[in-house]
Design a protein around this ligand. Structure first.
Ligand code: ZN
Length: 133
């Protein structure tokens, strides 16, 4: 039986690996991984390790309560949109950024800035975050 894609994704994160899927038909990358290519719908996709390096395009902070109780311990946190060098867009927690309005504004004005993965743990689950390079 095939392992759940979601479960595999989190297991890979535990190993500090970002695994997406690369399509054999169109050559594009789907991340987070799914069962089919999000660009052309092909099922001919292979695991592909992403560098996780990219650019932070936008940063904000979590005003609303965390979407899941497991985030309570790490809230409040900065949150941003990242474009990985492989061309994939990812949203994630940005570590090492102050969340007061002045810090965020200063940061926002500096964007895009280089980021690298910073996988953090919340209540036993590894989650994808990014830190400034
Ligand atoms: Zn495709």
């Amino acid at each position: 039986m095939q392992k759940s894609i979601i479960r595999g994704y989190y297991e890979d994160l535990e190993q500090k690996k970002l695994i997406g899927k690369k399509c054999r038909k169109c050559g594009k990358i789907t991340f987070p991984p799914t069962a089919i290519c999000e660009h052309c719908g092909s099922r001919e996709i292979d695991a592909f390790e992403l560098s996780g390096e990219g650019e932070l395009l936008f940063v904000s902070h979590s005003m609303a309560p965390p979407p899941n109780p497991r985030f309570n311990k790490i809230a409040p946190y900065a949150y941003g949109h990242v474009r990985l060098q492989e061309g994939v867009f990812v949203q994630g927690i940005i570590t090492g950024v102050g969340i007061d309005p002045e810090s965020l504004l200063e940061f926002y004005q500096k964007c895009p800035v280089k980021v690298v993965p910073d996988i953090i743990e919340a209540e036993g689950l590894s989650i994808l975050a990014f830190k400034i390079k």
